[in-house]
Ligand binder design. Structure first.
Ligand SMILES: Nc1ncnc2c1ncn2[C@@H]1O[C@H](COP(=O)(O)OP(=O)(O)OP(=O)(O)O)[C@@H](O)[C@H]1O
Ligand SMILES: [Mg+2]
Length: 288
């Protein structure tokens, strides 16, 4: 078993650089899934091979939003019932959607067989994708924390509601204090204009600056845009249905910017680290 895992990881070393980004936020309904999907599609439109890991198998999840049919998920891959390819669903512009497991089971509680399955599943990906974006559920469950801390970049989506800010703060605090995460990329969503986005960002930075040792960066200000809902109703993405609309333009810019975020120079990019982190118990104190 251990031999198998080691050889899978070694094989992954031969892969190209892969970027792994988690989209989270603490609070429900702040726009995580819309930001994830539209960023993924905007990257695909720029020629990147993108996979969305749907770590939130709730009601308004990725496949429902795009009107796709999902029959199996990562749990079937982990138990060896099928391969990762069998559960992948293809979305607009060829983006691949991997439905994760439902429920809140932490990835750190997998059995040794499931560990091996996870590593095998993701090592299959090494030649297939350039970017992996993980859409997390609301809240700060173990599942949300394990996917976030394992990702290279964490985008925290906030909107102008007191509970969004307090929930984002709670998430940042626990990722920082208990999981050693230090850098967070903030997306201000559903704002009236850039100024409102910057104000939201400064409110959040003020409290994190007072109580935590973290670095926040405002990476996008996405305006409130009725076209997001119109696109969702048509089961399409705004960057496809209304590419010139304000939110689509902002998210496309975010996608371009995110593609320029550096990827660790080791072969395999961030994918190997992602998998190792998912299956290992937390690393406190090691800042990144
Ligand atoms: N920029 C925006 N302008 C207008 N409406 C938006 C915007 N972003 C998201 N919405 C709307 O907000 C609602 C919540 O969006 P979404 O499902 O993406 O949030 P979420 O954070 O993934 O929610 P959950 O926590 O339930 O997974 C949807 O109805 C969506 O259409
Ligand atoms: Mg969602």
């Amino acid at each position: 078993m251990i031999e198998d895992q080691a050889s899978s990881l070694r094989k992954m070393n031969q892969s190209s650089l892969i970027k792994v980004i988690a989209v989270t936020g603490g609070k429900g309904g702040v726009g995580k899934t819309n930001i994830t999907l539209n960023t993924a599609i905007a990257m695909a439109k720029q020629g990147k091979r993108v996979m969305v890991l749907d770590a939130d198998l709730g009601l308004a999840n990725v496949d429902v939003m795009l009107g796709l049919r999902v029959e199996r998920n990562l749990s079937h891959v982990l138990s060896g019932e099928c391969t990762l390819d069998d559960v992948l669903v293809t979305g607009p512009h060829g983006i691949k959607i991997a439905p994760a497991t439902s429920g809140t089971q932490s990835m750190t509680e997998l059995s040794p067989t499931e560990h091996a399955g996870l590593i095998r599943a993701f090592s299959e990906l090494r030649s297939q994708i350039d970017v992996l974006i993980v859409d997390t559920a609301a809240g700060i469950s173990d599942m949300v924390l394990s996917f976030s801390r394992a990702s290279q970049d964490i985008m925290v989506v906030v909107c102008d509601e007191p509970t969004s800010l307090t929930d984002a703060y709670a998430l940042i605090k626990i990722l920082n204090r208990e999981h050693g995460v230090f850098k967070f990329k903030i997306v201000a969503n559903m704002v009236r204009d850039i100024r409102e986005g910057q104000e939201l960002f400064s409110k959040l930075s003020k409290v994190t600056g007072r109580f935590l040792d973290v670095a926040l960066e405002l990476v996008a200000t996405v305006p409130f845009d009725e076209n997001i809902r119109r696109a969702v109703r048509k089961q399409t993405a705004i960057v496809d249905a209304f590419p010139g609309s304000p939110a689509a333009v902002a998210i496309s810019q975010l996608a371009t910017r995110a593609l320029n975020w550096p990827v660790p120079a080791q072969p395999g990019g961030h994918l190997e680290f992602f998998i190792e982190q998912l299956v290992t118990k937390q690393v406190v104190g090691e800042q990144r």
